[in-house]
Design a protein around this ligand. Structure first.
Ligand code: 4AD
Ligand code: MG
Length: 476
């Protein structure tokens, strides 16, 4: 029978002939192979009978080599593991030159591993991160499935700019060197593949709204693309977004949903991925020890996740937040790069971080933002100057979720679009939703990689997606 390392370490399979395939993580004393196959953070120790093994084979047991082992599972003689495999035969499936193999059994910097992203999931840290990423994806689908949501696939190529920020990647099959021009000398996109200008989507929200207004409760979970030139540890040019959209739900319901959803998926990984979390927890504790006392985190990774699962998010209006920020020390002492002077100011990440990390010390839902710093589709409040928007801010991450109650009144929406120069022809179908059976509805977008960052404690978003796309970088 063939087994995975995870099966052998967690189930009672003893003293029977077994087979296993995996990669050598280390080989010491010409006897002990640390074998890993990706099924768990733990390696299984395989003990080679070196006296009866070909010298040539022993030489080929090098870090990184793929091997096929036959043997028996026995109680371990040594310390550090309960069981080990007594090897009866070993076949080298794929050699790995120990001089050249980039993943040596030692600590590598994350920068180095990013350049070797095709091999970095052979390390403990990155395999743990990717298993957690997979588990979180599953927990997300599970949550929505159990709560009556339908999974909708919204288009990746789109003719509309959902966020109105104009930061899109063009999709075109025109000859870039010699594009057809119109009478005004502009590129004639009527002659392009789709007969119009098209881009990669920044959000599936507008299409998701069409499904909410027929199926009731829906969500999307797909790739989104942003051509913003933000070279930060929290921005990707290609990232995955989860966007639920619900008919007849207002902003308060939206906040309840977002909070319940996030707690549920984090609880799932606490219950199902504890070994990986414990590994990452320890990694971070070791890293903390190298920092001066004052800069050390008050909570460990697992404590932070439990804290979020067990405590209510703080709900604060934009107006209250501005008051707090105006009276804050860093504002008065001009320590912020952007000093908050009056109501209406857009919040920078330094302000968001002050609110969640210094002031409230917990996740915060900010709501009712000024209309003119938010997207066109958000529901205008009775005060005429704020919209029913919400952002969820997390310690160490900043903005994790952006959402809102949507403007369901045709006349108000049209006026807003006019003011922002958004052509009605482009969004005729979106306006139709307000013409035929319009109703209150809401939704939000959760940046998946930011959630993975929080759950793994990784400090750079490039390290929680298999192959990060960022300005000047699309390797692999
Ligand atoms: O706040 P955003 O722009 O909201 C929307 O796109 C709405 N249409 C969502 C909705 O209401 N259905 O983006 C949502 C989230 C952010 O809060 C952030 O977590 C993440 O997406 N995000 C990014 N993550 C990584 N890299 C980027 N460049 C991101 N931009 C946004
Ligand atoms: Mg946002």
């Amino acid at each position: 029978m063939s087994y995975t390392v995870s099966q052998l370490l967690t189930q009672d399979i003893t003293f029977q002939p077994l087979e296993i395939k995996g990669w050598v993580r280390g080989f010491r004393s010409n006897r002990f192979i640390a074998l890993n196959d990706g099924s768990t953070i733990n390696n299984i120790q395989c003990v080679v009978d070196f006296e009866n093994t070909d010298e040539a084979i022993l030489k080929r047991i090098t870090t990184g080599a793929a091997v096929h082992i036959k043997g028996e599972l026995v109680e371990s003689q040594g310390k550090g593991q309960k069981v080990e495999i007594q090897v009866s035969s070993i076949e080298i499936l794929g050699d790995s030159d120990p001089e050249e193999y980039p993943i040596q059994p030692k600590k590598h910097t994350f920068e180095f591993l990013r350049e070797n992203a095709h091999l970095r999931t052979r390390t403990n840290t990155f395999s743990a991160v990717m298993r957690l990423r997979s588990s979180l994806s599953f927990a997300i689908h599970k949550y929505f499935n159990e709560n009556g949501f339908y999974y909708m696939h919204t288009p990746i190529i789109t003719g509309s700019d959902a966020e109105g920020a104009g930061e899109m990647f063009r999709v075109s099959s025109l000859d870039a060197k010699n594009p057809p021009l119109d009478d005004h000398g502009n590129v004639d996109y009527k002659k392009d593949f789709f007969g119009k200008e098209t881009n990669l989507t920044v959000s599936g929200q507008l299409e998701a709204e069409t499904f909410a207004m027929s199926l009731g409760k829906v969500y999307t979970f797909g790739p989104t693309f942003r051509a913003e030139n933000s070279n930060t540890s929290r921005h990707l040019s290609e990232f995955w977004m989860i966007e639920p959209e619900v008919a007849f739900m207002d902003l308060a319901g939206n906040m309840d949903l977002a909070e319940d959803f996030m707690k549920s998926v984090l609880r799932y990984v606490l219950e199902h991925n504890l070994e990986d979390l414990e590994f990452l927890n320890k990694r971070l504790l070791d890293e903390e020890k190298t920092k001066p006392q004052a800069q050390r985190s008050e909570m460990s990774l697992i404590e932070k996740i439990k804290f979020v699962v067990d405590n209510n998010f703080k709900r604060v209006s934009y107006t209250e937040a501005i008051d707090i920020l105006k009276n804050s020390k860093p504002n008065k002492k001009k320590k912020f790069n952007y000093i908050i002077e009056e109501w209406g100011a857009d919040l920078q990440s330094e302000h968001e971080r002050f609110l969640v990390e210094k002031h409230f010390k917990c996740p915060v839902i900010l709501f009712d933002y000024p209309a003119n710093i938010k997207a066109f589709y958000m529901r205008l409040n009775e005060d005429g100057k704020t919209v029913r928007a919400m952002d969820i801010l997390f310690p160490g991450i900043g903005e994790m979720v952006g959402g809102s109650q949507r403007e369901e009144r045709l006349d108000v929406l049209k006026e807003k679009m006019k003011a922002l120069d958004i052509p009605e022809e482009e969004l005729w179908w979106y306006l139709d939703l307000r013409k035929y059976g319009t109703a209150v509805h809401s939704g939000f977008g959760l940046g998946f990689e930011r959630l993975v960052m929080f759950a793994t404690g990784m400090g750079n978003i490039r390290d929680v997606i298999p192959y990060p796309r960022t300005p000047q970088n699309a390797e692999f």
